[in-house]
Write a protein of this length. Structure first.
Length: 315
C-alpha cells in the first residue's frame, strides 16, 4: 500500500466514520472485519461500498485482483485517492442505492457498518445483487440494536435505522439462498485455539457471582457479520484479531516509575506536614506571643517607609 501525504485531503474526526489513527475498541472492530474480508477477496474483483476514507479498500487490494471503493462523500473519496494508491485500486463517488458500476461487475461485495446509516435497505440489496456476478459473495456487517444500543444505553447520532440481529438475518436471507451469520464483540479474554486444525468455538464466561458458563459460539455479539451467496459459501474460520500492545518489560518499567513517583509524593506530603507543624508550634510559643506588639510596630514602620519612597518617586 503506497501512502503519500496530502494535508489538503485530511478528514475531520467527526465520529461518523472510522479513521486509521483511531485506537482502542473501534480500531479492533474495523480492522478485524477487513482482515476477514481480505481472505475472501483473494484473486477476485471486489466492491467496497461505503468505503469511508479508503483504508479498508486498500487492505482488500493487497489480495484482490481489483478493488472499487465507493462512498457518498466526495471529500472522503478525494482523501482516499490521494492517500491510497495502487494500480488495482479505484475510488468512486456513489451511493449504496445507486452503485456506479455495470451489471455483473464484481465477485465480492464488502459493506461494513453501512446499513444502519440509511433507510434504503431494500434498494441497497437490489443494487448489490445487480453488480454481483452469478455465484458472487457478499460480506456485510450490522450492529445488533439490542446489544449496541439498548443494553449499552449508547445511541449513535449517525445511525438512522439499526436492525435487530433477527431482522438483519431475515433481510439477507430474502436476497441470498445461502447465508452464514457470524458474531463479533471485542473482549478482554484469553484465547485457546486449535493449532493447525479448525474447530468449533466455545465461549466461556464468568458472571458476577463467579459462576463459569459455556456456550457454543460468541455470547452476546455486538455486531452481526453476514456472509451470503447463491452458490457455495467460502470457508471462514473462527478468528481473533490481536492488537500489539506494550511488552511485559515495558509495563513493569512503567509500574516501577509510577511506584517511585508515588513514594516521592508521599515524602513531600510528609515534609509539608512537618513544616506546618513547626509553624504552628512557633506561632503558639510564648516568645512569638510576647513579641507580637514589636512585630506590629515593625510592620507599621515598613508601611510608612514604603509610602515615603513611593511619594519621593512620584515627586
Amino acid at each position: 500500500m503506497n501512502k503519500t501525504v496530502n494535508e489538503s485531503t485530511e478528514l475531520e474526526a467527526t465520529g461518523e466514520r472510522f479513521l486509521p489513527e483511531m485506537q482502542g475498541t473501534i480500531a479492533l472492530e474495523h480492522l478485524h472485519r477487513y482482515a476477514l474480508a481480505k481472505d475472501c477477496a483473494a484473486g477476485k474483483i471486489v466492491l467496497d461500498i461505503a468505503c469511508g476514507e479508503g483504508y479498508g479498500s486498500a487492505v482488500l487490494a493487497g489480495t484482490a485482483d481489483r478493488v472499487y471503493g465507493v462512498d457518498i462523500a466526495p471529500d472522503a473519496i478525494a482523501h482516499a485517492r490521494a492517500i491510497y494508491q495502487r494500480p488495482n485500486l479505484e475510488y468512486l463517488v456513489g451511493e449504496c442505492a445507486n452503485i456506479p458500476l455495470p451489471d455483473c461487475a464484481v465477485d465480492l461485495v464488502v459493506s461494513f457498518e453501512t446499513i444502519e446509516h440509511h433507510t434504503e435497505h431494500e434498494a441497497m440489496f437490489a443494487e448489490i445483487k445487480r453488480v454481483l456476478r452469478p455465484g458472487g459473495v457478499m460480506v456485510m456487517s450490522s450492529p445488533d440494536k439490542l446489544e449496541y444500543t439498548e443494553r449499552s444505553g449508547h445511541a449513535n447520532a449517525y445511525h438512522v435505522k439499526e436492525l435487530y440481529a433477527e431482522e438483519f438475518q431475515r433481510l439477507v436471507e430474502r436476497y441470498f439462498n445461502r447465508v452464514a451469520m457470524l458474531g463479533q464483540r471485542v473482549l478482554y479474554a484469553s484465547a485457546i485455539l486449535p493449532q493447525g486444525a479448525p474447530g468449533e468455538a466455545v465461549h466461556y464466561s464468568r458472571d458476577k457471582d463467579s459462576a463459569i458458563q459455556a456456550a457454543s459460539g460468541l455470547v452476546r455479539p455486538c455486531y452481526q457479520v453476514a456472509i451470503a451467496s447463491d452458490a457455495a459459501l467460502p470457508p471462514v474460520l473462527s478468528s481473533l484479531f490481536e492488537q500489539a500492545g506494550e511488552s511485559d518489560p515495558e509495563i513493569h518499567a512503567l509500574q516501577h516509575q509510577l511506584e517511585h513517583a508515588g513514594r516521592r509524593i508521599l515524602g513531600l506530603e510528609e515534609e509539608v506536614a512537618g513544616l506546618k507543624a513547626a509553624i504552628e508550634l512557633m506561632m503558639n510559643s510564648h516568645s512569638w506571643k510576647a513579641t507580637r506588639p514589636l512585630r506590629a510596630v515593625a510592620n507599621a514602620l515598613r508601611a510608612v517607609s514604603g509610602n515615603r519612597v513611593e511619594k519621593s518617586r512620584r515627586a
